[in-house]
Each structure stands twice: as structure tokens, then as C-alpha cells.
Design a protein around this ligand. Structure first.
Ligand SMILES: [Zn+2]
Length: 303
């Protein structure tokens, strides 16, 4: 029989697109992930109206934790303006009536991010949700998931240590630039998603709850507030982050805001000159034009 009920977008989906049961299951998995810091909690990752690999895992977490009173920020590689961030933000605005969105890090209650943790320090009032392509750091050394689970349970990371040692022997340093294996609360080692090394220390005793969502791999894990997060390294080889220095050892500055304390992206201009700019667009704009400019950017999104 034909259904002649007219299609009305406002009532076609529940708040947050996912049905109440799905959101409850995800929230229960989040609670388990918080109770077992760094443990990968399996969950029934739902089909979303976008391809896996575009942040569907983190999106499901975001949709499960936001309410109409929340203010959301979505970034991709530090930028609020990239296609991935803009489309995720639009989708969340459409399916969560009443929710505010912002580009200002300090104004957000929930932040969804791909591959960066914002430069401005996060607070206890905020939840940072990271998009994860590969949740398991042991995948480099053990192809079978069942065996990896046992290894995690026993905190047996010997083969990971051997891999790091082999790097040291061959290249004189640990060559992992992104997804740096990090031990949480002295037990589980997690893949912190493809954030640069620069962001890994921000996980340690972070004031904000940090959640990780891997949609394709169907895993959720967490670094709860004020939890120890230590990048794996050897006693005599200190963990090193990107330094951004020129040939003379001087710290490079952002060409736009002049910051010498931010993670920089490298560009080549039309004339072939190499220039550097903050990867975190809100940090850069707030420094160069004041916070109001970031609000203006948001108004443009809404248009
Ligand atoms: Zn800058």
C-alpha cells in the first residue's frame, strides 16, 4: 500500500539521526571505555549516510553525546573550513535541531576533530572526539585480532618495543611521525589516531575527556580526564616532538600570526618560497585578528 504521508525532514529522523537504542548502546560503550582507560571497546557501528573513512565513528560518538544545549566545533587537520569538517558540521546541524556550532575552541562543549588536538588548552567542561582510521597499535606486529586482544589484556607489548628498537638501530631515532603508540594509565597501549607527535603530550593528564571513535573497525576508546598518557620510548631515548627550526636552529614562526609555539603546516608559494602557517586555524585567527573574526567565519558557514 502506498504511503502518502508527506516527507517532513524535521520529523523524519530522531534528534541526532541515530535512534535512541543506538545512542544508548554507544553511551554505554563510552562509559566502559572511560572505566578502562585505553581499552578498545567493541560496539555495533551503524551505517551513516557517508562513506566509512570520513569520520563515521567519531560522528556516531558526537551524535550520542550532544544535546540541544551543546556548542559544537568540528575541525579537520586543525581547520574549520576543510570540506570534511564543513560537511560533518552541516550534517550535525541538520540532525540536531537547536545545537550551536562555533569555530572558537574555548566556546565549544564538544569538539570533533580529525588528526589534531587544538592548540588552546581544553577544559573539564569539554569533550574532544577524535576520528580514528586504525585503532590498534599492535596491528603493525600482529595480524590476528584475537591474538592482539590477548596481548593487550596481558599488557604484552614486547613486539612493539622490538619494532621501536629496530627503528633506533636503523635510523638512530624512532621514525613514527603520526599514530604514536601511547600507554594509558600504565597498562593499555593505544593508537592516538593520526595526530602528530606534537599533540601526544596533550593527552597526558588532559582536563578534557578525550574519546576515540573508529567506525569501520567498530571500536571506541578513551583517555579520561587527568589520566597518565605516556608515549612509548626508551629510558635513554627521550620522546621528541616536531621542533620546526630552521637551519640555524631558530624556531620558525607562523607567517600570518607570528606564533612560535604552534604546530606549523608548510606551504610552497607561487614563487617557490617555503612558508609556514599554524595548522590550527582558530588559534591563528584569534591571534592575528582577535576572537571576533572566528565568530564571523562561523556566520559565513551558516549562510
Ligand atoms: Zn598562525
Amino acid at each position: 500500500m502506498r504511503n502518502d504521508t508527506p516527507y517532513t525532514p524535521s520529523t523524519a529522523y530522531p534528534f541526532g539521526f541515530l535512534d535512541a537504542y543506538a545512542k544508548r548502546e554507544i553511551r554505554r560503550s563510552i562509559l566502559k571505555a572511560v572505566a578502562l582507560p585505553g581499552y578498545q571497546v567493541p560496539y555495533a557501528s551503524r551505517e551513516m549516510p557517508m562513506g566509512r573513512g570520513f569520520g563515521t565513528g567519531a560522528l556516531q560518538l558526537t551524535l550520542s553525546v550532544v544535546g540541544p544545549d551543546d556548542t559544537l566545533k568540528v575541525i579537520d587537520q586543525g581547520s574549520d573550513d576543510s570540506v570534511n569538517a564543513v560537511n560533518l558540521r552541516r550534517f550535525i546541524r541538520k540532525t540536531c535541531p537547536g545545537i550551536q556550532t562555533t569555530t572558537l575552541t574555548e566556546a565549544a562543549t564538544v569538539l570533533q576533530s580529525r588528526h589534531r588536538i587544538p592548540e588552546k588548552p581544553l577544559t573539564e567542561e569539554q569533550i574532544c572526539i577524535l576520528q580514528v582510521p586504525y585503532p590498534d597499535p599492535l596491528v603493525y606486529v600482529e595480524p590476528t585480532e584475537e591474538k592482539r586482544r590477548t596481548m593487550h589484556g596481558e599488557a604484552d607489548y614486547a613486539r612493539l618495543w622490538v619494532k621501536l628498537y629496530e627503528d633506533m638501530r636503523e635510523f638512530d631515532e624512532i621514525t613514527i611521525s603520526h599514530r604514536y603508540p601511547t600507554r594509558i594509565n600504565g597498562h593499555y597501549v593505544l593508537d592516538p589516531s593520526p595526530i602528530p607527535r606534537y599533540d601526544v603530550p596533550k593527552l597526558n593528564r588532559s582536563r578534557a575527556l578525550i574519546l576515540f571513535g573508529a567506525g569501520r573497525e567498530k571500536k571506541i576508546y578513551a583517555v579520561p580526564p587527568f589520566t597518565k598518557a605516556e608515549p612509548l620510548t626508551f629510558e635513554d631515548v627521550p620522546f621528541r616532538t616536531e621542533t620546526f627550526v630552521d637551519a640555524d636552529g631558530n624556531r620558525l614562526a607562523c607567517r600570518r600570526c607570528g606564533a612560535t609555539d604552534s604546530f606549523l603546516d608548510e606551504f610552497t608559494t607561487d614563487t617557490g618560497e617555503k612558508v609556514f602557517q599554524c595548522s590550527d586555524s582558530d588559534y591563528c585567527l584569534s591571534r592575528s585578528q582577535g576572537p571576533a573574526s572566528a565568530i564571523y567565519t562561523e556566520a559565513r558557514h551558516d549562510a
